[in-house]
Design a protein around this ligand. Sequence first.
Ligand code: 5GP
Length: 118
Amino acid sequence: MKYDDDNIFAKIIRKQLPCDLIKENNNALAFKDISPRAPIHILVVPKKGYINYHDFISDASIEEINDLNELMKNIILEMKLDHTGYRIITNTGNDGNQDVKHLHFHLLGGKNLGLMVK
Ligand code: 5GP
């Protein structure tokens, strides 16, 4: 599958669509999910276009991978999620029920999230 430059997160990254920005660095962006499933529901995305996790980990530079992980770590620490706990999810493809075809990690917390999969 070819990456579609017109997906909704690509437009947010290009600032063609608004978002509730949490934090960003050179290669990654974090913003609030528009329809939160938990008190804290943040999406962490690489700025460059990768469809999913295996594309990212296969093709991204070390700087891109580091920046995304650094951004995730800083948000976890700043929101004190390291004390309370949290969940990181990335949905991929059909079985993962991925809706937006730009890699994103859901960072969820702020309450007990229950079972991982029902
Ligand atoms: P997926 O099912 O692909 O893992 O998750 C896509 C997520 O993107 C969903 O949680 C959905 O609420 C969120 N989302 C969809 N459109 C927008 C949007 O325009 N802005 C923001 N901030 N989140 C969105």
